[in-house]
Write a protein that binds this ligand. Sequence first.
Ligand code: CDT
Length: 299
Amino acid sequence: SRRFIAAAAQLGPIGRDEPRASVVTRMIALVDEGRRRGVRFMVFPELALTTFFPRWFIADPAELDRFYERSMPNPDVAPLFEAARAAGIGFHLGYAELDGTTRYNTAIIVDEAGTIVSKYRKIHLPGHREHEPERPFQHLEKRYFERGDLGFVVADAFGGKVGTLICNDRRWPEAFRSLGLQGVELVAAGYNTPRHYPLAPEHDRLQDFHNHLSLQAGAYQNGTYVIGTAKAGVEEGCELIGGSCIVAPTGEIVSVAQTLGDELVTAEVDLDRCREIKANIFNFALHREPDTYGLLTAP
Ligand code: CDT
């Protein structure tokens, strides 16, 4: 069926030395709660298995490697796959990927049978490449990850078309539209968004607003559900926004987190409702004017 209960599986802070097993146990508790609430698909955050390590300049390669997964599912994560499969729940999982010697900020979608049906590597990598010690914390995604090489990915799953964005991607209409043009009906978007933005601290008060603005606009302009899931709370002294939510294709938030900790945010989604938008105001075939959009793809 195309009507089911979906969830944002928000995680609270993860410590720098918190073992994978501890994080996976927390995630399985959310899967158990999902089973009780009849959830079919749940979205975990970006880099869900570890602390948000790009906040530190890490010179020692062995120390950096600790934060990456070399295969998926690996033995640490297998219990999550097994618990979700046993519960009949599919999920979206963000993690740092080490593919040979290449590093990506990656997310997969796993169906109810435990099969990985899509993999996406983050394209919009924010932050900086070099150590900037004057900052209260770093944002070294440009140093620790290569730009994703898999394009914007939409998979057939859960009776519909399911796409992935990762954190900063959600702020870019081109990223959302790249999924919209593939007919996406549900976008999973995990994030780690620090409250404090050192380059424009006057925007700190706007972080929650800009998060929801981006998710809601992306949903409406493409006629798709969006599930945005935070890693939230004060993590190693750095405040991360929460606000995990489920957005309808009308752009309305239908369910939103109440805490900055581990929390399951649920709502019923009906993928047929995407048609209200896709067949009308944003009927792409009828109303787009792509031959005038050349600037969008000019370098
Ligand atoms: N993880 C991630 O992409 N975070 C960014 C933070 C702002 S840019 C330093 C975001 O867009 O939320």
